[in-house]
Design a protein around this ligand. Sequence first.
Ligand SMILES: *Cc1c(COP(=O)(O)O)cnc(C)c1O
Length: 451
Amino acid sequence: METKVILTEKEMPTSWYNIQADLPEPLPPVLHPGTGQPVGPADLAPLFPMELIKQEVSQERYIEIPEEVQEIYRIWRPTPLVRAYRLEKALDTPARIYYKYEGVSPAGSHKPNTAVAQAYYNMKEGVKRIATETGAGQWGSALSMGCMFFGIELKVYMVKISYQQKPYRRVMMETWGAKCVPSPSPDTKAGRDVLARDPDCTGSLGIAISEAVEDAVSRDDTKYALGSVLNHVLLHQTIVGQEAKKQLEKIDAYPDIIIGCIGGGSNFAGVYLPFVKDKIEGKKPDLRIINVEPEACPTVTKGPYAYDFGDEAMLTPLIKMYTLGHSFVPPPVHAGGLRYHGMAPIICHLHKLGLVEARAEYQIPIFKAALQFARTEGHIPAPEPAHAIKVVIDEALKCKESGEKKTILLALSGHGHFDLGAYDEFLSGKLQDYEYPKEKVEEALAKLPKM
Ligand SMILES: *Cc1c(COP(=O)(O)O)cnc(C)c1O
């Protein structure tokens, strides 16, 4: 019985899978905030290269991965699928646990899968400069690397709390040649407005997105890039799930439960969308897919399904999604990548259709789970996928009680080597839990756009 399943470079998928071709009902349209009408390509053209705008609404089932992108993917892809024998043994569970590990990329997470693709399409259309935001710094560092490969200048607005907690992510961005500033920053009107209201604001992804969008639309040579949420981002991440499916096929396995964490939703959707296809087609009707989010920012488990802005300053189109309100600033949990008020429309739609489920977890139990993983499997996970590990352990322990030999697939989106400050807090007993900030959410939800 092998411990890990490796694909050769020749076995790496050469197309991305587009769930839009197989949805039982189409996605709700994205709306223009001024007119209330569906947005068209012309509305998005100041922000994104045309090829990505096309991918955003494409109904084609498979979209070919450009050869130049495949070449870069091959530096670290295909990524391993590993059987967590030691974790299974420690839990004394009959469940079989597999994890698909994206921490082997140069940036340490799944994010380069879309960063490289997005930088490529920008380069192809002659874009010289990109502006973006980053939460914990994973997206900023991944896009810094992507832009480095294709000779594009990059400015990153980094959520201030993470900029302070994680200085090495900034250094990583600078090493690949990007410029990084803490957000809210004085460099944009959106940033200056927030600082005037609240000089001590620790920032949020919503605010940082406003800054990056403003930067991009106010310059002719600059476009914007988003590391999660959008359909084309989830599309690029499906390389992960397609690999995992092939790897499981090689050992005649198929998951009963797939578990991952959701911030904007890209890593986990990338893993499960190729499996959702089977569920929609009735090949695996009882497959369970569990999206895990922080109790401090419980978008899908507690938010309403409503039209909202993607950013704080209300610059983006209106997206139908589960949301805690565009003005919501989540408590500073260490899983910075999970501090977003909204969620990928594709995930929200699948949740509404009953094809996937969601759960919220507190930060202390997730660090306990992360420690158990590190002390059995060796890998030190990022705090984001540690949310998923907590639920994997819960489900494996349920299998122990029931005696069921379920196959569990864990989306292990990245390593935690830049999160050791958080581990230090946990190990020294200083880590605190944040309750669901009910009043702040209610306040933010009162500001949802009236439709
Ligand atoms: C950014 C990030 C996430 C959250 O973003 P998604 O788009 O939901 O995947 C999760 N895990 C890691 C390691 C990340 O870097």
